[in-house]
Design a protein around this ligand. Sequence first.
Ligand code: NAG
Ligand code: NAG
Ligand code: NAG
Ligand code: NAG
Length: 271
Amino acid sequence: MALLWVFGAVMVCFYQVTSETEPNILTEPKEANITTEVLSCNFTEPQTPIKGHHWTRNGNVIEETRSTSTVGFTQYKVDKTDIKFGGAFSCVFIAATEFNESIKLSVVPHVVAPKHNEHVTENDKAVLMCESSTYPPIDKWRWSFTDDSKNKKDITEDEKYIIKIEPNKTTLYINNPASNMDSGSYTCHGSNDMGEFSDDITLRVRSRLAALWPFLGIVVEVIVLVTIIFIFEKRRKPEDLGDDDNVGSAPLKNESAANHKDKNVRQRNCN
Ligand SMILES: *[C@@H]1O[C@H](CO)[C@@H](O)[C@H](O)[C@H]1NC(C)=O
Ligand SMILES: *[C@@H]1O[C@H](CO)[C@@H](O)[C@H](O)[C@H]1NC(C)=O
Ligand SMILES: *[C@@H]1O[C@H](CO)[C@@H](O)[C@H](O)[C@H]1NC(C)=O
Ligand SMILES: *[C@@H]1O[C@H](CO)[C@@H](O)[C@H](O)[C@H]1NC(C)=O
């Protein structure tokens, strides 16, 4: 008895689902790729008059496709950017409500490092980043490193490397980079169902000492200057004292006057 009830309920549900004849939108092609030039939708059995249609790319309306055509057919010509980045495209027919169908344009990911050169000081943290805005999204990111002697290795996470992954972006953090070991070329690889793509970032790690050079330069300059002044003063003083014994014992406030006089005397002596 209970079984009959369940069977009845299932049949009623099945009848309701199938009897509600969903308007049918046929797409051409079903799945698009870089060889695709045109996307088409055919709204076969509209139940109510069509008032217009438009296309969306990744959920955003492509404004120039807005139309008030009452025909149940629309085409969208893909452009260079569409082919480069791919996307989830949908045709939307406006009738009593909106009806849509999507065509996915899948491409090999296009991975880009916004900055191709990074500089960091030894023992600071290096941060390298790559992005991709392609469809389908990147399902696997990885990083590799080629040092200045062309030795290549895959980077795995440990206390030195941290790899952060976001939907369309990856960031590599390098803790305590060393100038001799960690300078080189870092490659980010992004892959999806269609294939893999990569980009390179060159990292230069300066040694702490190199970072100190400008400062050391100033210090050395100051030391040299002070030394020169000191030597000059030291060489001048005995001469001054020997010139005039009175100067040393003269009251402080008269010193400059005494010096002045002293100079005059010397000048006269010279003449
Ligand atoms: C691209 O799509 C067409 C048909 O839509 C198919 O014949 C072709 O094999 C596809 N090419 C690739 C590389 O997937
Ligand atoms: C749309 O589909 C219907 C039914 O399959 C077909 O008769 C009609 O020719 C199609 N229209 C276009 C423009 O392809
Ligand atoms: C397509 O229709 C579904 C279900 O009605 C809706 O959730 C979705 O937002 C629609 N997509 C677009 C691009 O209009
Ligand atoms: C990545 O996604 C975020 C949020 O969805 C977006 O703001 C950003 O522009 C995207 N980056 C690229 C390179 O497309």
